[in-house]
Design a protein around this ligand. Sequence first.
Ligand code: SAM
Length: 318
Amino acid sequence: SGLDEADEAVRGTCEDASVCKRFAVSVGYWKDPYIQYFVRQAKERKAPEINRGYYARVHGVSYLIQAFLKKTDCNCQIVNLGAGMDTLFWRLKDENLLPRKYFEVDFPMIVARKIHNIKSKPPLSKPIMESHSGDSLLIDSHSLDSSRYSLVGADLRFSSDLEEKLKKHNLDTHLPTLLIAECVLVYMTPQQSANLLKWAASTFPVAMFINYEQVNMTDRFGQIMIENLQRRQCNLAGVEVCRSLDSQKERLLLNGWETAHAIDMMKVYSFLPQADVKRIEGLEFLDEKELFEQLMQHYCICWASKDNSNLGLANITF
Ligand code: SAM
């Protein structure tokens, strides 16, 4: 049916994101020794604007994640929603920054693919084994549950099913919890993403939500971005929330979150350490500064918190 095709196109976006990340890593933008085990090398070079954009995205999101881990002393959980082939679990383990438990959720089909990669690549499976204790390691073709890392196949549009599956994998709603949605909410209707945000806010008394996605989509440049995605049959059901930074913040505040921030990626770029900027700007020559700036003004990082135990989550900022 048309609906299944739309979901299939959305699942395809996970491949795109990781192929772009792998390419930027291969040019030297940042280090990720694990991404090569999840996706092929890109057939063609990606434009320098794209690589720089991915650098700011990965750096910006990890900056907030590290701030949360610091505030909670890693005595917390991370739930990565629509994680695709993300490698964060392995990178955090290398840095000795693993939370008590790290969960990833995606469509069952994507989860099956990820499990297949993990099973067949020792550099991926070893860290999971090493961080595991006890005898409850469960791994079959569509679900993986170890003591520190868990992979759940679920549709994020159905939060009761999501909660049930996470709880089967020992989700502890009383631990401070960081939820991450990187390029995920835009594929759901505003109603569906509101439900997900509301579910998260009402389930975890102490929590932070990080959302990375499109913004300022009502101008000409935004229209072109939408047309490009639609040409690939991708249903941007949630794009109306991406009209402005204010609408992004409002969605968080209206759905149970106490504090909310939203900044565009040009702003994030301006907060990068000068030494990093100098290094990455030296990697590839970028001719059209204007195109880069346009692109960066059409993506944003939003973050929200609720903090019943006064850990200081509300103070997290760039
Ligand atoms: N977060 C990863 C990253 O940034 O590298 C992947 C981003 S990819 C653009 C979007 C991901 O969200 C895909 O892996 C897709 O399968 C997942 N996704 C989208 N809608 C979903 C839903 N309703 N339920 C579960 N996963 C979903």
